[in-house]
Design a binder for this molecule. Structure first.
Ligand SMILES: *Cc1c(COP(=O)(O)O)cnc(C)c1O
Length: 222
């Protein structure tokens, strides 16, 4: 099936038509992105800074670019002028650097806090204790050039759908809990980025507002 046909099929299966579909185009050639663009896609996700910058320069200006992967602090400056949303904020240090570069670029950059929800060992993401420390710190209030609009999480890579569902449920529960609390002014809990090609339907059933889908649109990455 073509990219356009894949997009139509995916949209049809959505449990929540309001959920934002982000086309994860990492490793794919520009021609594939253009095909998705021509089919109406405007939200694209990449996980490497260099590739994101290169593709942004070659694609139309009305695309919203999502940085979805682990972001190294020394590379924030390259995407700060244009990035639409940074999904993978996995440390307080990174958030501070984003704030610094956003200020230089005279922007306020929307961010999601990546929570470590998977049972499997992973290097990236906050745990709840670290999140609490950040939320209650004095320093967080001084970050005037970031806007934390929600949470992001990646489930365990497994066939076990019950495990995936319970991890998504956990993220949603945390999200709801934060929503009900007094938070610093630069926090506004609106979005939960969870779900990829293999689990976006479960994620939507559990309350996802944005899904990051790559291989189901563009085919496997080999
Ligand atoms: C690659 C990637 C995706 C998309 O994965 P698919 O399984 O191809 O849909 C989503 N989120 C992140 C963070 C990724 O790195």
């Amino acid at each position: 099936m073509s990219i356009k046909e894949n997009l139509i099929v995916i949209k049809k299966t959505f449990k929540n038509p309001e959920c934002l579909l982000i086309a994860v185009s990492k490793t794919k050639p520009i021609g594939d992105l253009k095909e998705a663009y021509d089919a109406g896609m405007r939200d694209f996700g990449e996980n490497k800074v260099q590739e994101l910058v290169d593709k942004q320069a070659q694609m139309p200006e009305d695309i919203r670019w999502h940085m979805i992967g682990h972001l190294q602090r020394n590379k924030v400056k390259y995407i700060a002028p244009f990035v639409h949303l940074i999904h993978g904020v996995d440390s307080f240090k990174l958030l501070k650097e984003i704030n610094k570069q956003a200020k230089k670029a005279e922007r306020i950059i929307p961010c999601l806090i990546q929570m470590h929800i998977a049972k499997e060992e992973s290097k990236f993401g906050f745990d709840e204790v670290e999140l609490e420390e950040m939320l209650t710190s004095e320093e967080i209030k001084s970050l005037t050039h970031v806007n934390i609009i929600g949470l992001m999480g990646m489930a365990t890579f497994t066939e076990n759908q019950d495990l995936v569902r319970s991890e998504f449920k956990g993220l949603k529960a945390l999200f709801d809990n934060l929503k009900g609390r007094e938070l610093p002014d630069n926090f506004e809990m609106k979005e939960i980025s969870m779900g990829m090609s293999g689990d976006y339907l479960i994620a939507q059933e559990e309350g996802s507002t944005m899904v990051r889908v790559g291989s189901a649109i563009f085919g496997g990455r080999g």
